[in-house]
Design a protein around this ligand. Structure first.
Ligand SMILES: CC(C)(COP(=O)(O)OP(=O)(O)OC[C@H]1O[C@@H](n2cnc3c(N)ncnc32)[C@H](O)[C@@H]1OP(=O)(O)O)[C@@H](O)C(=O)NCCC(=O)NCCS
Length: 154
């Protein structure tokens, strides 16, 4: 386990969120989709810009002066079916060199504490079928599959 500290992030962390996200977003590309790194990167930039314009929280994992990962979540995006309040993860990632050391688990533990502290009764996220690392992490933390997103190539 890395001696990782998870803190609240701010404006100064946005370049890190943009950079690490674009280096790791490939993990979220579904095997069903044609994609280019350029368009996916631009799309990621737009997603982060959108999220930062909403009610959100950014958590950053750090060891010494080094940023190792982050979770960015929205806290005013209720479940679309029931309307129940929730914390919804926009994106999360850990630096490739820092993986399998408990940083992801530390980030998501802090995320849950933060959401609970805001009185939110649920945490929610989307994960790509082929993203084994993330799916395994979420399964370990007790997340269950709630809905399925279907796709068909025309
Ligand atoms: C998913 C991710 C955040 C996990 O971060 P991490 O710091 O490596 O995770 P941890 O070290 O805390 O791992 C916790 C558990 O998750 C599971 N896990 C993590 N990486 C795994 C892998 N590559 N394969 C299988 N299980 C894995 C394991 O059960 C692990 O526990 P263990 O190491 O005791 O076996 C990281 O792989 C990542 O940044 N991926 C790219 C971005 C991404 O997919 N983000 C999620 C978008 S939904």
């Amino acid at each position: 386990m890395a001696r990782v500290n998870v803190r609240k992030g701010g404006r100064a962390d946005v370049p890190f969120v943009l950079d690490l996200g674009k280096r790791t977003i490939e993990s979220s590309v579904s095997a069903e989709r044609d994609w280019t790194r350029e368009r996916t990167g631009e799309n990621y930039d737009r997603l982060i810009e959108y999220a930062l314009g909403q009610s959100h929280e950014l958590l950053v994992a750090q060891e010494g002066a080094d940023r190792l990962g982050f979770v960015l979540y929205l806290d005013e995006l209720p479940d679309e079916v029931t309307g129940s309040p929730q914390a919804f993860v926009v994106y999360a990632a850990v630096e490739p060199h820092a993986r399998r050391k408990g940083v992801g688990r530390a980030l998501f533990t802090a995320f849950e504490e933060s959401a609970r502290g805001r009185g939110l009764p649920y945490v929610s996220l989307m994960v790509t079928e082929q993203n084994v690392a993330a799916r395994e992490l979420y399964a370990q933390l007790g997340y269950v599959t709630e809905r399925r997103q279907l796709c068909k190539r025309l």
